[in-house]
Design a binder for this molecule. Structure first.
Ligand code: AP5
Length: 331
């Protein structure tokens, strides 16, 4: 099953992904978690991403798309995955479709979790995440039994650095800029399920379950796993099914092309020329991130200056007013 969870920051994508992992036995792929892992590992990408994430902005598409492509190609995602926090804009949605179409593994359902913005601030300001097992708590709505300690594994609970009011506000505004486009994109494709994200975690889980009821992964028809027919005794299959399986395993030109495309990123890494191109692309992405940061800093400096100017003007007006009041009293 290939599922996509979209929704505002704090809408409960990560919380609901946890139950979907168990239900379908597929991995959760969270771009936020992948980026935070790069930050924790202090890789060059992580160092750049941290500044962008702390500013509440989106990490450039090229980086995130590359990251998702690499993650989806790993063997544990072969039978499906839950994308959490990806795609965030139209370009990411189209890139995902292109990749999955080339693999013959389309998205089965997109779940959009809707929550009023007023509730989101409290959810994120109170969020606590276990550094060991990833369990989620909330100091207001779902506090741990012991402060800063995970109820499930005893690990340390951590408060995300981007979960402060100022950054949350910016993240919500960034979300608003792109949300409708992404929602319309999937609605037009006919696989969007809008879920009311208000209520208890269990209420929402039930709504998701009901939206997914009866849904089957479309990949079964496109790419049957090669191991299955071999493991099944030939005489246990009706003739017609055996023929279909044999047919579906034939290396048709289309399938060959698809498989070649699927292993392309691995092969691409080896030649020197490609490495140079990748390095240049990476430097280009770094530069784009630096430029974006520069413009955010510039904007902040301007705001601070304006605030100072306004404060001075207010002080001046207050002094003049006091002077006039005094003159009036003297008269
Ligand atoms: P990311 O980590 O994806 O953050 P997000 O989108 O802001 O989403 P959250 O993880 O904050 O919320 P959630 O919906 O998972 O809520 P949760 O279940 O935890 O991204 C972080 C940053 O990385 C981005 O700002 C960006 O910079 C970058 N990034 C990531 N993906 C990117 C991409 N594709 N492109 C570019 N940049 C990207 O729940 C929140 C809290 O609420 C928890 O405490 C939980 O316990 C509580 N809660 C959940 N459900 C309920 C409920 N029903 N009732 C009460 N409390 C609840």
């Amino acid at each position: 099953m290939r599922l996509v969870l979209i929704g505002a920051p704090g809408s409960g994508k990560g919380t609901q992904a946890k139950f979907l992992i168990e239900k379908y036995n597929i991995p959760q792929i969270s771009t936020g978690d992948l980026l935070r892992a790069a930050v924790a590992a202090k890789t060059p990408l992580g160092r750049q991403a941290k500044a962008v994430m702390d500013a509440g902005q989106l990490v450039p598409n090229d980086i995130v798309i590359g990251m998702i492509r690499e993650r989806i190609m790993r063997p544990d995602a072969e039978n499906g995955f839950i994308l959490d926090g990806y795609p965030r804009n139209l370009e990411q949605a189209e890139a995902l479709d292109n990749l999955l179409t080339s693999l013959g593994r389309p998205i089965d359902a997109v779940l959009q979790i809707n929550v009023d913005f007023d509730l989101l601030m409290q959810r994120m300001v109170g969020r606590l995440t276990c550094l060991s097992c990833g369990a989620l708590f909330n100091s207001f709505t779902n506090p741990p039994a012991i402060d800063s300690q995970c109820d499930q594994c005893g690990g340390t609970l951590h408060h995300r650095s981007d979960d402060n009011e100022e950054t949350i506000d910016r993240r919500l505004r960034v979300y608003e800029t792109h949300a409708q486009h992404v929602s319309n994109y999937y609605s037009n494709k006919g696989n969007l399920h809008v879920i009311d994200g208000q209520g208890t975690v269990d209420d929402i889980k039930k709504r998701i379950k009901s939206a997914l009821r009866g849904l089957r992964s479309s990949r079964i028809k496109l790419q049957p796993a090669p191991a299955q027919p071999a493991a099944t005794p030939a005489n246990a299959q009706p003739e017609v099914i055996r023929t279909q399986i044999a047919e579906s395993l034939k290396p048709t030109p289309k399938r060959k092309k698809r498989e070649a495309a699927a292993i392309k990123p691995e092969v691409k890494k080896r030649p020197k020329k490609a490495e140079t191109a990748a390095k240049a692309k990476y430097l280009h992405q770094l530069k784009a991130m630096q430029d974006e940061l520069k413009s955010v800093r510039k904007e902040l400096t301007l705001l601070v200056r304006t605030e100072k100017k306004l404060t001075r003007e207010v002080a001046k007006s207050e002094a003049e007013l006091a002077k006039l009041t005094q003159q009036q009293a003297e008269l």
